[in-house]
Ligand binder design. Structure first.
Ligand SMILES: Cc1ncc(COP(=O)(O)O)c(C=O)c1O
Length: 392
C-alpha cells in the first residue's frame, strides 16, 4: 500500500484501467439484462450512498421509503399491501423465496421444488445452498411450458412451485394462472420469477392483450422476484422480493438479529448490511418517471425489438427462435446447425450476445441503451457472418 496519491493521479489511473470495460453506450452489449442506471437515480444514489438497511432502526426514514416503494411495486403487480424488500438482485430474491418454501414445510425431510427447465441458474444455486431437490419440467417444441409434465413432478415432498414471467433465454411468460389452478388445493408456496419481466409486463399490457395474468392478480401467487436494476433502470445492485402476507412469512421464516444498534430486527435476507441508497434512488425514479415514463421506455425498446426481429427474419439461414413477447430476441439456425460458430464469429465483430446451448440459440436483449443505429450495424454484420458460415 502506498502513502496516498493525489486524487487527480488516481482518476487518471482509473480512466486508463477502466478503458478495458465495454460501455453500454457503445451498443455492443446486446446480451445483458443490465443497463445504465437512469441519471436521476444515479444523482439520488450518490447523495445517500451510506444508508444501511441492514440496521433499519438507525435509518427509519430510509426503511419507510422502502416500505412505500415496495407497496407501490406490489400495486403495479396487482397486489394489495404487499411487503418485501430490495435485494442484491434476482438471484438473492429467488434464494429467499426458495428458503421460505422450505421453511413453511418443516415436516418435509427432503424438500423439492417444481419449476420449468427454462428457470434461471439462480435456482440451481439456491437448491445447492438449501439442500432442495429441483424437479425440472420440460418445454414444448415452441418453448412453452409442458404443463402436464410440470404437474407429474409434484409429489409428497414438493414444498413449492415456480413459474417464470420473462425467461432469461427468450423472455417468455409461463402460464401462471394454469399453474395456480393446478396447485390450488395442494398448499404449495408459489413463486414467480419476474426478475426481468417485472418492469416490462405491466407496461406492455395495453398493447399486448395476449399476455395472461402473471402477478398477484393470480391469487395462488405468494411471491414475486422483480429487479429494478434490469428494466427498471435502477442502480446496481437493486433486486426485489415482493411477498403476499409478508408479516406472517417473516414471523415464520425470518432471521432474528438481536444485537443491532437500531434495535431488534427480523428479516429474510442473506446479507446483513444492505444498501439503502439504491432503494431511495428507485423510490425517486418511480416518482419521477411515473407509469407513463416507464411505458415510454418499454415502448421504445419494443419498437427496436420489432425492427431487429424483422431483420432476422429477412436473413436466409437463421430464424427467430420464437416471436418475441417482450424485448428479448432469440436467434437460431434454420437447418438446426449449432449456434456456437455464429456466436464466436459475432464476437470477432465485438458483438456480445448471450448463448443458450440447451436451446441452441443466441439472444439479444433490447435494453434502453440499445439504439436503432446499433441494430442496423449489428444486422449488417449478422448478414455477413451468416453468409460466411454458409448457414443457408
Ligand atoms: C429470470 C431471471 N431470474 C433471475 C436472474 C438473476 O438476477 P441477478 O443477476 O440480478 O442475480 C436473472 C438474470 O438475468 C433472470 O433473467
Amino acid at each position: 500500500m502506498n502513502n496516498g496519491l493525489e486524487k487527480q493521479k488516481i482518476r487518471e489511473i482509473l480512466e486508463r484501467k477502466l478503458s478495458k470495460d465495454l460501455s453500454y453506450d457503445s451498443g455492443y452489449i446486446l446480451g445483458s439484462m443490465c443497463t445504465d442506471a437512469h441519471e436521476f437515480g444515479q444523482e439520488i444514489y450518490a447523495k445517500y450512498v451510506s444508508k444501511n438497511l441492514g440496521d433499519p432502526g438507525l435509518f427509519l426514514g430510509t426503511a419507510e421509503l422502502e416500505e412505500e416503494v415496495v407497496e407501490e411495486i406490489g400495486e403495479l403487480f396487482n397486489g394489495k399491501k404487499i411487503g418485501g424488500s430490495f435485494t442484491t438482485g434476482g438471484s438473492e430474491a429467488n434464494l429467499i423465496a426458495m428458503r421460505i418454501a422450505k421453511k413453511l414445510k418443516p415436516n418435509i425431510d427432503r424438500p423439492e421444488i417444481v419449476l420449468p427447465i427454462s428457470a434461471h441458474r439462480s435456482f440451481d444455486k439456491a437448491a445447492d445452498l438449501l439442500g432442495i431437490k429441483l424437479r425440472k419440467a420440460k418445454l414444448n417444441d415452441d418453448y412453452s411450458l409442458d404443463l402436464e409434465h410440470f404437474e407429474s413432478l409434484i409429489n409428497k415432498n414438493t414444498c413449492g412451485a415456480v413459474g417464470i414471467a420473462g425467461t432469461t433465454s427468450l423472455g417468455l411468460v409461463d402460464p401462471i394462472e394454469d399453474i395456480g389452478n393446478m396447485i390450488r388445493d395442494r398448499d404449495l408456496f408459489f413463486h414467480v420469477d419476474a426478475a426481468f419481466g417485472g418492469f416490462v409486463l405491466p407496461f406492455l399490457k395495453e398493447s399486448q392483450l395476449k399476455i395472461k395474468n402473471w402477478d398477484f392478480s393470480v391469487k395462488e401467487v405468494n411471491s414475486i422476484t422483480a429487479d429494478p436494476h434490469k428494466m427498471g433502470m435502477g442502480v446496481i445492485p437493486s433486486g426485489g422480493i415482493f411477498i403476499r402476507e409478508s408479516e406472517t412469512i417473516i414471523q415464520k421464516a425470518g432471521f432474528e438479529i438481536p444485537y443491532l444498534a437500531g434495535g431488534n430486527f427480523k428479516h429474510l435476507h442473506i446479507v446483513g448490511t444492505r444498501p439503502g441508497g439504491t432503494v431511495i434512488a428507485f423510490w425517486a425514479l418511480m416518482k419521477y418517471l411515473g407509469f407513463s415514463g416507464f411505458k415510454k421506455i418499454i415502448d421504445d425498446c419494443m419498437k427496436n425489438t420489432r425492427y431487429i426481429a424483422q431483420k432476422i427474419e429477412d436473413i436466409d439461414g437463421i430464424k427467430l427462435a420464437t416471436e418475441p413477447v417482450m424485448n428479448v430476441v432469440g436467434i437460431t439456425t434454420e437447418n438446426g446447425e449449432s449456434i456456437c460458430e455464429l456466436d464466436e464469429e459475432l464476437r470477432k465483430f465485438n458483438w456480445m450476445l448471450g448463448k443458450f446451448l440447451k436451446f441452441n440459440l443466441i439472444r439479444i436483449v433490447i435494453m434502453p441503451h440499445v439504439r436503432k443505429e446499433h441494430l442496423q450495424k449489428f444486422s449488417a454484420d449478422l448478414c455477413t457472418v451468416v453468409e460466411r458460415l454458409k448457414l443457408k
